[in-house]
Design a protein around this ligand. Sequence first.
Ligand code: NAP
Length: 289
Amino acid sequence: MKRFGVIGQPIAHSLSPLLHNTAFSLLGLDCSYEAFDIDPASLPAAIREFKDQGFVGLNVTIPHKESLLSLVDELSDEAKAVGAVNTVTLSGGRIRGDNTDVYGVAASLEQYRSEIRDRIVVLIGAGGSARAITYALIDRFAPAEIVIANRTQRRAQDLIADVEPYAKKTSLRAISVSDENLDRLMPSASVVINATPVGMFPLVDHSPIGDRTSFHSNQVVLDLIYTPLETRFLSLASKCGARTISGLEMFLHQGARSFEIWLGRRMPLEQIRPVILNQLHTRKTTAKP
Ligand code: NAP
């Protein structure tokens, strides 16, 4: 049996085991996938242990994505550019690090490709996932400008300094999320993305831009959060006629890409989506996302 897992802390509520085990079962693969709660101080020893036990692949989540960079033998170009690893492959005694969040966000936005090229994107947040989004946008969609609005403006500036060498056709600008210029900029954006945890269960009445509603019907609005599926941010956007995408799409696609890297098989996402949706609805009714 091939063994896989996800490592993070906390990890108990991860949907990755359900995602991958459902795929194994649908495809009749002799594989298993478990969640492991790993303390940051134990990470190097844990990786050695997974290698010794013959694990084939691991997904990596908060707080280990950056620490993995120094624990792998090889890094994909995307993991290098983003500065974070979310997928580890253990093969032939070597450890390779990939970043499939880049693929995940690109796949979520693919159908709106023509509305991103040469246009303006407003990205709220400057953490690890905002890095993957910024790289995916400049590498695959070439918008004219990405405005990165973050609570801590310095962090947005640091993100820009790191990814700017890859931005051939896109200009990058950092502002504070509380800057009133954001209200003036928002209507000019064709895509608005939330890459902060603001609005996630249990604080579902919160939105990363408060109650500012400068959305309109020519916009696409993506929230990385998927608990709840429709956040306050998406609900405000939807009321203004914008097309909305929940974080579930990115979650499904980043997982499917890891699966493909490990097994060379496509994950049957259309069959798995209802299983994950059902689990999210069950959690909602028992109030444990
Ligand atoms: P992170 O590295 O910790 O970054 C968090 C970001 O959110 C930072 O920009 C931070 O601003 C901002 N933030 C946090 N709390 C805030 C608050 N109360 N008010 C304003 N800004 C706040 O986290 P991450 O890995 O980027 O993840 C961000 C979100 O995306 C999380 O909700 C995560 O669950 C979700 N996510 C979803 C997927 C998916 O597959 N759908 C994948 C990855 C992440 P400061 O710099 O000012 O602290």
